[in-house]
Design a protein around this ligand. Structure first.
Ligand code: IYR
Length: 224
């Protein structure tokens, strides 16, 4: 017997054509207000809000629907401090030359440096892990597929959900990030992909002007 069991698609919503275009434009205007922020307020954010945004991330399309991700949410100041210390240790080497001249030059317009105070200031950090193998609902350890693609799409959903809720985020990528497995207590078969920093912007927060330069449609798309 096939394990494939189709069920009716009942929750798709179709809008009138003009409304479709208006909705797409409204979304574009809204997502244009999404900015990566590095100046965080310490204002608390309810855990329920983070849980809800992660549930949205967990609906992302992914390989064989194995949902090969884990979100480790950190609010404990002592754990945040450990993460900051470990990340800054890596970042100091990175900015001292490990990155290479070309990479550091590319980062110039972003104004980033090895100091990562936001890792302690922001109310929540979310370590996003991709699992090479994970246990299914019926307890079987299985190989996962398209893990980087799946995790990246889920992080995209998470970023949009956080923005939609009125929060700001930073996709932080200290490299290497192996320290996150130890601090979050995740197994070796999970790879840390991104450390999300989540909260409210600090009063007077700034963003790099460079980040506002988005490529025009002609430069990112072609129609055949
Ligand atoms: N991970 C470093 C460096 C960095 C790299 C890229 I590519 C960026 O777009 C931004 C930063 C850091 O977080 O500072």
């Amino acid at each position: 017997m096939s394990r494939y069991q189709p069920v009716p698609l009942t929750d798709h919503v179709e809008w009138p054509a003009d409304e479709m275009q208006a909705r797409a434009e409204t979304f574009l205007a809204d997502i244009r207000r999404r900015h990566t922020v590095r100046d965080f307020s310490s204002r608390p954010v309810p855990r329920l809000l983070i849980e809800t945004c992660i549930r949205a991330a967990g609906t992302a399309p992914n390989g064989a629907n194995h949902q090969p991700w884990h979100f480790c949410v950190i609010g404990d100041p002592a754990v945040k401090r450990r993460i900051r210390e470990a990340a800054e240790t890596e970042e100091r080497e990175f900015y001292a030359g490990k990155a290479g001249e070309e990479w550091l030059k590319a980062l110039g317009p972003l104004g980033t440096d090895p100091d990562k105070p936001f890792l302690e200031t922001a109310p929540w950090l979310i370590g996003v892990f991709g699992a090479r193998r994970s246990v299914s609902a019926d307890g079987v350890l299985r190989k996962n597929y398209y893990v980087p693609e799946s995790v990246s799409i889920a992080v995209g959903f998470l970023i949009v959900a956080l923005h939609q809720a009125g929060l700001v985020s930073l996709t932080h990528t200290p490299a290497p990030m192996g320290f996150l497995n130890e601090i979050c207590g995740r197994p070796d078969e999970e790879k840390p992909y991104i450390l999300m920093v989540v909260g409210y912007p600090a009063p007077g927060a700034t963003i790099p002007a460079h980040a506002l330069e988005k490529k025009p449609l002609e430069a990112i798309a072609s129609f055949l």
